[in-house]
Design a protein around this ligand. Structure first.
Ligand code: LMR
Length: 397
């Protein structure tokens, strides 16, 4: 069977972590995989999670299967967080949630759901998270791309994006990043989100909003703007939600597919299809992360602690952006990296060629994802000068 099976190269993002770990240089900098890092470069378990885990473990009486839609309490808690407790999307029953194995699991389930329900195509803005393409095409979808980002202007190319989106019709799906665009850090403005919502209403395409960084751009309510606006204005929306970054639950694989239907009855029907697809694949998601999230969000003290910790993480990434901008300015790079300070979330895309990315890695131990994506969490007071030195050297070579 496997005599001729080809050995594949490592994953372009996850493979970089291994290369970094194997690098013996002490001044090396990891700007690769999208995990939060504190000043010492560590990714600690959040205090709210530690306490919630203790509560969950103490209360646990069985390891018997959880319900098909995930840990009890998880779905309603995520819906409250995303839409706001008083939302009429929730009181009308138009929204339903299915817990999934991480944001990737949610995307794959969404992809299979769309494929089985007859989606004609799924359109992505270019560039997008490198795993979107293999993941969604593995679900059987036909993918198209439209321009999203202007690498010369280091910002959203909204005219080009809109021109691409204007060609979509009923049965087409448009993938959008809820906030903290990965890999560019360049989000649509509120006015631009409103324009895309109007286009969806007029043209009939279905938005699929990937929400992996909820709470990292401005705050939990502001970051849910796109989801809330689209759900209020449109009959149908899908959201793929990840608890990896905002709850720091990366390895617990905790996420959700959120379905907004034209009515409670339509949402329930689509949810039943998603559950049936999950049953044919992994049966049900791992319970632990969902139990932890439900515990945090249902306990006012834990919820407050979690919100404070999330704010602290988001503030730190924002201050790292300013630190990089200031250091670049002071090192004679003038405004070349000033766009980084205005962007949102963990990532920005540095204007680097693949050769320059290689020079930064090989000569300076600075690890950057292909295409130029940097994770700002990896920048700190100690390493920022080395980073800027490497950038200057690579871009003048
Ligand atoms: C990233 O973009 O680095 C993260 O979402 C981790 C991953 O799975 O790629």
């Amino acid at each position: 069977m496997f005599q001729d099976t080809k050995l594949l190269p490592p994953d372009p993002i996850l493979g970089l972590t291994k290369l970094f770990q194997d690098d013996p240089r002490s001044e090396k900098i990891d700007l690769g995989v999208g995990v939060y890092r504190d000043l010492r470069g560590a990714t600690p378990v959040m205090k709210a999670v530690v306490q919630a885990e203790a509560n969950v473990t103490a209360a646990q009486k069985t390891k018997a299967y959880t319900p098909a839609d995930g840990a009890p309490g998880f779905g309603p808690a995520i819906l409250d967080l995303v839409f706001g407790k008083d939302s009429n999307i929730l009181s009308s029953g138009r929204a339903a949630a299915v817990q999934t194995p991480g944001g990737c699991g949610a995307l794959r389930l969404a992809g299979e759901l769309l494929n089985t329900q007859g989606a004609a195509s799924l359109t992505l803005g270019e560039p997008t998270w490198p795993n979107h393409v293999p993941l969604l095409s593995a679900a059987g979808l036909k993918l198209n791309s439209v321009p999203y980002y202007d690498r010369d202007a280091n910002g959203v190319d909204f005219a080009a994006f809109k021109a691409g989106v204007s060609r979509l019709g009923a049965n087409d799906v448009l993938l959008l990043h809820g906030c903290c665009h990965n890999p560019t850090g360049a989000d649509l403005s509120i006015e631009q989100v409103d324009e895309i919502a109007n286009m969806a209403a007029a043209q009939g395409f279905l938005p699929l909003i990937d929400a992996a960084y909820h709470g990292f751009a401005k705050d939990l309510d502001a970051d849910a703007y796109m989801i809330r606006k689209f759900s209020a204005d449109l009959p149908e929306v899908l959201v793929t939600y990840s608890c990896s970054k905002n709850f720091g639950l990366y390895r617990e694989r905790t996420g959700a597919l959120i379905i907004v239907g034209a009515s409670a009855d339509r949402a329930a029907a689509v949810k039943s299809q998603a559950i049936s697809l999950a049953r044919k694949n992994y049966s049900m998601p791992p319970a632990h992360g969902g139990e932890v999230v439900a515990e945090i969000l249902s306990d006012p003290a834990l919820s407050k602690l979690w919100r404070e910790e999330l704010t602290e993480m988001a503030d730190r990434v924002r201050s790292n952006r300013q630190l990089l901008e200031r250091t670049a300015q002071a090192s004679g790079l003038h405004n070349r990296l000033s766009f980084v300070a205005d962007q949102a979330g963990m990532f920005s895309l540095l204007p680097l060629s693949e050769d320059q990315i290689r020079i930064m890695r090989e000569d300076y131990g600075v690890y950057i994802v292909g295409g130029g994506r940097i994770n700002l969490c990896g920048v700190n007071e100690v390493n920022v000068e080395h980073l800027v030195r490497a950038y200057k050297a690579a871009t003048s070579a």
